[in-house]
Design a protein around this ligand. Structure first.
Ligand SMILES: Nc1nc2c(ncn2[C@@H]2O[C@H](COP(=O)(O)OP(=O)(O)OP(=O)(O)O)[C@@H](O)[C@H]2O)c(=O)[nH]1
Ligand SMILES: [Mg+2]
Length: 699
């Protein structure tokens, strides 16, 4: 393995919708550049970057992986990322450290939901982008249609720098619109190709798109524009340098065409990466913070003190704990003594290395801009900064989105709670999209993640790695109780037989508040019927008892209490006695005021290919959902609906099986609504069986 300086390194995040062929492209690249001797295949479980058991079993990428190749005296670091919605945050994490995004689009289905999402991530980080239209060998793959979808959803700044020669079964190469030469593959999967004149059947299209390319490049630069108007064209040098500049500035996004599994167009893709995408030092500087929290910039250069950002740590069955980092300044050698600024500890590097899929590859040194790997660091976790001692700074960690779905977990064997919590926290160190908490109302432990598969995977890993087994339950729905009518009641607590007695007496009115009104307490006692110092005790009694409603033990909300009268005893009255009186009045009053159950209703947005729209709307209706609208986004349909949470608990897996994993959804809380009468008894019975229900009455 040669050593490369930053100007000869490209760091690319390979991102795109699930199944567009990212992992297969990495395999083809590694094979064509001689890094592997066999073309790895996702199907056969031997793709270099899909090596985890769970990935091989599911045939999808679950976490971002590093691989690298050497091409035309440059090194390309590739971060292969997942496209499946549950793991899409991994793509964002990878783009955080990449200099460019290679956005893979399926030639058959065009731009899909996750394509748009990763595009937005690249936008957020201001990254250069190269669009790869892959799977062009497939039936119904189509050059024009895929371009239309790209233009419609990613914008008109995406411009072909190639046109394909043939498509579907007859796809056999590409015409480069800069050199205006044809690159035709041998057709045996070897990746070998011949350079030659443009075949007659591709000539018309090549000329048309060459003109469009020249125009696009000229349009975005004043000087080139002038030249273009004067002479009607640009020289090849002007075209290349103009293109390069505008790609680096994220103003133009070149499009290339491939088939990963048939190994077509791969060397030309590599040329595009090396020729057009920015190198590892091109952005010049990075910004971090010093000990005082002030911003400091550091040059991405070899002659600066060493610093690196750890963008991922994970446990690997082969090497143990692995940390991936990007060297942002200085040169890392065996003599460097890295210091973890976030944890304030020195870390010992067992090796200077990089990662080829699951294999650690030692290198003599890593220059500023390069990406490396190290095994078995003791303290370092994702998001930490390593520097030379005396030159400390921290780089901003990437923020992960909140989990979207949570499940109640229960240890299989009692007494495992502590072990489970420790193991979960270890998982969370490497997976920032997980969450763990205790629900205060139901007292359940909740494991939260980006989707059902994400949470199930975490449970599988708990067992495999840490030997702890948990049962996964859907979380309990946080129902509420409220009243529909009014009440006027008395709560009297009196015990005056022998010794010090107890006496508290209050009269209250109750009335409903609008949804979201929670609770109000009004004091209208006149003339000292209840002494002032006991009035807060009445309110406290009501506050405490409303936490467990009278129907099924859910918190009671959206009502007002007006305390208007009562009586007291000079000796026997106490705060405690008035608290109990308040609680008695509450329970009596609620029963009189027509108590009802409320359930959370969610805003749900489902995205799926249009052929599923009818079926999915019917399904949402059968879940008591109210469909509020339908939209078309590319070739996908977006359905918006409001659905009770109780009906959505198994939606993730139902949607996957209904759409063959091509649908996805998001869901967030919207409002509480009354539970329909025919469901009330069942919910009350369930709640009581599950330990909810009324408490013993005091006093
Ligand atoms: N015909 C054809 N099939 C392809 C091509 N590229 C990938 N595939 C197949 O498409 C499927 C998905 O490919 P992957 O490489 O796993 O896709 P991915 O983008 O890595 O998927 P995720 O990791 O789940 O996001 C596999 O069955 C591949 O064999 C291609 O160019 N042509
Ligand atoms: Mg993959």
């Amino acid at each position: 393995m040669n050593v490369y300086e930053g100007k000869n390194i490209r760091n690319v995040g390979i991102v795109g919708h699930g199944g567009s062929g990212k992992t297969s492209l990495v395999s083809a690249i590694l094979f064509d550049t001689g890094a592997t001797t066999r073309l790895g295949r996702v199907e056969d479980g031997n793709a270099t970057t899909d090596y985890d058991d769970e990935e091989i079993e599911r045939k999808i990428t679950i976490s971002a992986k590093l691989a690298f190749c050497e091409w035309n005296k440059n090194k390309i670091n590739m971060l292969d990322t997942p496209g499946f919605v549950n793991f899409i945050q991994e793509a964002r994490g990878a783009l955080r450290v990449a200099d460019a995004a290679v956005v893979v689009v399926d030639a058959v289905s065009g731009v899909m939901v996750q394509t748009e999402k990763v595009w937005a991530y690249a936008e957020e980080f201001g990254l250069a982008r190269l669009v790869v239209v892959n799977r062009l060998d497939r039936e119904t793959a189509n050059f024009e249609r895929s371009l239309e979808s790209i233009h419609q959803l990613l914008g008109r700044s995406c411009v072909p720098v190639q046109v394909p020669i043939g498509q579907e079964k007859s796809f056999k190469g590409v015409v480069d619109l800069v050199t205006m030469k044809a690159y035709t593959t041998a057709g045996d999967g070897s990746g070998k190709f011949t350079e030659g004149p443009i075949p007659p059947d591709a000539e018309g299209r090549a000329k048309e798109y060459r003109d469009k390319l020249v125009e696009s490049v000229a349009e975005s630069d004043e000087k080139l524009m002038e030249k273009f108007f004067d002479s009607g064209t640009l020289s090849d040098e002007e075209l290349i340098s103009g293109l390069k500049k505008q790609v680096a500035e994220a103003k133009l996004y070149p499009i290339v065409y491939t088939s990963a599994t048939a190994n077509i167009g791969i060397p030309q893709l590599l040329n595009a990466i090396v020729n057009y995408l920015p190198d590892a030092v091109q952005r010049g500087t990075v910004t971090g913070k010093n000990h005082q929290g002030a911003e400091v910039t550091r040059k991405i250069a070899d002659n600066e003190p060493f610093s690196a950002f750890v963008f991922k740590t994970y446990s690997d069955p082969f090497t143990g704990r692995v940390s991936l980092y990007r060297v942002l300044s200085g040169v890392l050698t065996a003599d460097t003594h890295p210091y973890n600024v976030n944890r304030s500890v020195a870390e010992r590097f067992a090796q200077v290395a990089t990662m080829q899929g699951k294999t650690l590859v030692n290198v003599p040194k890593l220059h500023a801009g390069d990406i490396g790997a190290v095994a078995k660091l003791k303290e370092t976790v994702t998001g930490d900064t390593l520097t030379e001692k005396g030159h400390e700074l921290t780089y901003p960690s990437v923020k992960w989105v909140q989990p979207v779905i949570s499940f109640a977990i229960e240890p299989k064997s009692r007494g495992d709670e502590d072990k489970i919590s420790q193991a979960i926290h270890k998982l969370m160190d490497e997976d920032l999209g997980l969450g763990y908490s205790r629900e205060s109302q139901t007292k359940e432990f909740l494991l939260a993640g980006q989707g059902q598969m994400h949470v199930e995977l975490a449970v599988a890993r708990l067992k495999k790695r840490y030997g702890v087994e948990v049962l996964l339950h859907p979380p309990k729905v946080p129902y509420r109780e409220t009243i529909k009518g009014k009440a006027d009641v008395q709560g009297k607590h009196k015990k005056q037989s022998g010794g010090h007695g107890q006496y508290g007496d209050c009269k209250i009115r109750m009335e409903p508040l609008p949804r979201g009104g929670d609770f109000e307490f009004k004091n209208e006692v006149f003339g000292g019927a209840i002494p002032k110092n006991f009035i807060p005790a009445v309110e406290k009694g009501i506050q405490e008892s409303r936490q467990k409603g009278v129907l099924a033990g859910f918190p009671t909300v959206d009502f007002r209490v007006i305390l208007y009268d009562g009586s007291y005893h000079d000796v026997d009255s106490s705060e405690m006695a008035f608290k109990i009186a308040g609680s008695l009045a509450f329970k009596k009053g609620i029963r009189e005021a027509k108590p009802i159950l409320l359930e959370p209703v969610m805003n749900v947005e489902v995205v799926a290919p249009e052929e599923f729209a009818g079926d999915l709307m019917g399904d949402l209706n059968s879940r008591r959902g109210r469909v509020q609208g339908m939209d078309v986004r590319g070739r996908s349909t977006v359905i918006k609906a409001q659905v009770p949470l109780a009906e959505m608990l198994s939606y993730a897996s139902d949607l996957t099986s209904k759409t063959g994993a091509r649908g996805s959804y998001t869901m967030e809380f919207h409002h509480y609504d009354e539970v329909p009468a025919h469901l009330v008894d069942k919910i009350i019975a369930n709640a009581k069986a599950g330990g909810h229900g009324e408490e013993e009455e005091e006093g």
